[in-house]
Design a binder for this molecule. Structure first.
Ligand SMILES: Nc1nc2c(ncn2[C@@H]2O[C@H](COP(=O)(O)OP(=O)(O)OP(=O)(O)O)[C@@H](O)[C@H]2O)c(=O)[nH]1
Ligand SMILES: [Mg+2]
Length: 370
């Protein structure tokens, strides 16, 4: 078991990393680092263009894709084998998995694709251990499942750092900054927010991206790193969930404290599991389903029972029109309205229009134009 003070220190580091880099008065140094970052982005964009293909490609199937992210030996392949129909080789040493292996988990009627990957290594962003190939698969995920051995919890910090270097922002939203290009007038800033970059720094960064005229709107506090992220296409923002594995090897009190700490610091949902002893794997499945924000819709014929055995699976925010399209793309435009019973309805059998947003486990009766 790691010693407590060392652990505490790591967790504090993790926390620092998460609280956004604040604007630094040592402007030159800060801008220098950004310069390097920009140069790197440009280089990788040029490389992408040249290469054309990506690493080991995995075809996306099912209703959503979860990618397993972890350092070697954390138990990723064990988990894939335990919760999906696929098998991935497991061994007591690192670097067992060498390619991307997809499997399917069927949960609540949803087909969730889970992709096992080789372990990431430190320096993955510099191409170590096939880092670029691994990143190309990670970027396709709807959700990242971090698998961390509970005996080395601070490795989560390193994983997040590596992903950040690879322009993947786990569990973060795209900064709400809009850049409107213009042909004249120089750079103007539109914002009532207080924590935004100084204009001269902003201008320098924009010039780096060959923008000399434009209006920048900040809808929230942001720093120059956020501006660079918005300017550089290809930064991925993907929600994350953490599984602390091998809880069978530690004391329960330690495991509980660790998951609480990590949840507090990272803002991610944490589930303590043991793949080996089948501990809390059901809770993990439920967590994945919730984090993916998948909604079940039960179609109900006008004079019959809803089909609760075979839900239609839709993304959150889907409407009656999406339900209709799912039934059949050609007949969707003939849907006039629907009757809904469930969470999204004010009362059972509420009549709603095609723009009505459905919720998990709604029963829906579509009414078509005669
Ligand atoms: N004690 C314990 N051991 C586990 C658990 N889950 C996996 N292991 C063991 O950890 C070792 C590594 O498991 P793998 O599933 O191969 O790990 P991986 O993350 O796929 O590793 P790489 O493919 O090398 O990146 C194996 O010896 C597993 O039996 C668990 O819950 N408890
Ligand atoms: Mg493996």
């Amino acid at each position: 078991m790691p010693d407590k003070s060392a652990l505490q220190q790591k967790l504090e580091e993790l926390q620092k990393d998460y609280s956004k880099t604040k604007y630094n008065k040592a402007t030159n140094k800060y801008l220098g680092a950004l310069r390097a970052k920009i140069a790197k982005i440009k280089k990788s964009m040029a490389e992408k263009k040249g290469r054309g293909g990506t690493g080991f490609s995995v075809k996306k199937t099912g209703d959503a894709t979860v990618v397993l992210v972890g350092f070697p030996n954390a138990g990723k392949s064990s988990l894939l084998t335990a919760i999906t129909n696929a098998e991935s080789r497991v061994a007591a040493y690192a670097f067992t998995t060498l390619e991307a292996i997809p499997g399917t988990l069927i949960y609540n009627g949803a087909k969730i694709q889970i992709v096992d990957l080789p372990g990431l290594v430190e320096g993955a962003h510099e191409g170590k251990g096939g880092g670029a190939k691994i990143a190309s698969v990670i970027r396709t995920a709807d959700l990242l499942l971090f698998i961390v051995d509970i005996n080395t919890p601070d490795l989560l910090h390193k994983l997040v750092e590596e992903l950040n270097e690879l322009d993947i922002r786990p569990n973060r939203e795209k900064p709400r900054i809009r850049i409107e290009r213009r042909t004249t007038g120089g750079i103007t800033i539109d914002s009532n927010k207080h924590n935004i970059p100084e204009k001269r720094n902003l201008v320098e960064v924009l010039n780096d991206f060959s923008i000399y005229n434009g209006n920048i709107i900040f809808y929230e506090d942001a720093d120059l790193n956020d501006v660079v992220d918005v300017l550089s296409e290809g930064v991925a923002y993907i929600r994350g969930v953490v599984a602390l594995n091998k809880v069978d090897t530690v004391e329960p009190a330690y495991a509980t404290r660790m998951s609480q700490e990590i949840g507090r610091i990272t803002g991610m949902k944490v589930v303590n599991i043991s793949v080996l002893q089948n501990i809390r794997l059901d809770e993990l499945k439920e967590t994945l389903f919730r984090a993916l924000e998948l909604n079940r819709v039960y179609l109900k014929p006008r004079d019959g029972m809803a089909d609760r055995e075979n839900p239609m699976i839709l993304r959150s925010g889907s409407t009656i029109m999406d339900v209709a399209r799912h039934v059949h793309s050609k007949t969707a435009r003939d849907v006039r309205y629907a009757y809904v019973t469930g969470r999204s309805a004010k009362f059972a059998g509420q009549k709603v229009g095609t723009e009505h947003v459905i919720m998990d486990e709604d029963e829906v009766t579509l009414i078509y134009l005669k």
